[in-house]
Design a protein around this ligand. Structure first.
Ligand code: FE
Length: 203
């Protein structure tokens, strides 16, 4: 279905956090400066492992992905949970003054944020934050959600077509489901998004 909501612009970020025992990172798209000076709102789905880390520790780093970030970055931080894998196993790169990981590649800057307010939005939590550290690393252009969809996400390959089967493609990661009907409760095996994020591929 067409909706204006799909036309909202977003950036893409790796949000790093630590619960006192373990580092974690997730892909976030809802980061916005909402007031001066440097009042930042970050919305995070409560199902995300990182949500608990940030709520507990009151801090996070927002690593700004640049257009150089490959799909692998999204696969690593976005399409699996820190509950199942240690996304930073063996990491010995740089950390910011708050002790959180700075993504060593594919970013153009980062912010270290301190949580000032927690606003419960049912599915998500809105963290209202102040900036503790602000660093620009290079002049690469920032990755946007639309750039990701146009240039980074794997493309659906029409040569994979199977006769008499319909296809639905995951709008989030590009996974293709083939069959007679997409089950209503289908969950994308790659990115875990629901059937509502799939669209029918027309010939
Ligand atoms: Fe997907």
């Amino acid at each position: 279905m067409e909706t204006a909501l799909n036309n909202i612009s977003y950036g893409l970020y790796v949000i790093t956090s630590n619960d006192g025992k373990k580092d974690n990172g997730m892909i976030g798209n809802s980061v916005l400066q909402v007031a001066n000076p440097g009042i930042i709102a970050v919305s995070i789905n409560k199902q995300n492992y990182s949500h608990d880390f940030i709520k507990k520790s009151g801090k996070m780093n927002v690593n700004f992905l640049s257009v150089k970030a490959p799909f692998e970055v999204f696969r690593t931080y976005g399409f699996q949970s820190g509950r199942d894998v240690d996304k930073f196993a063996g990491f010995n790169g740089e950390k910011s003054a708050n002790g959180l990981i700075i993504l060593p590649e594919y970013i153009n800057s980062y912010l270290s944020l301190k949580v000032e307010q927690y606003i419960d939005l049912n599915s998500h939590c809105l963290f209202i934050c102040s900036v503790e550290e602000d660093r620009v690393i290079n002049k690469d252009e920032s990755m946007t959600y639309s750039f990701y969809h146009k240039n980074v996400k794997p493309k659906f390959n029409s040569e994979q077509k199977v006769q008499n089967k319909k296809k639905w493609v995951c709008k989030i990661c590009g996974y293709v489901y083939e069959g007679d009907e997409l089950p209503a409760d289908f969950i994308c095996p790659v990115c875990k998004h629901p059937a509502s994020d799939f669209e029918l591929v027309l010939d």
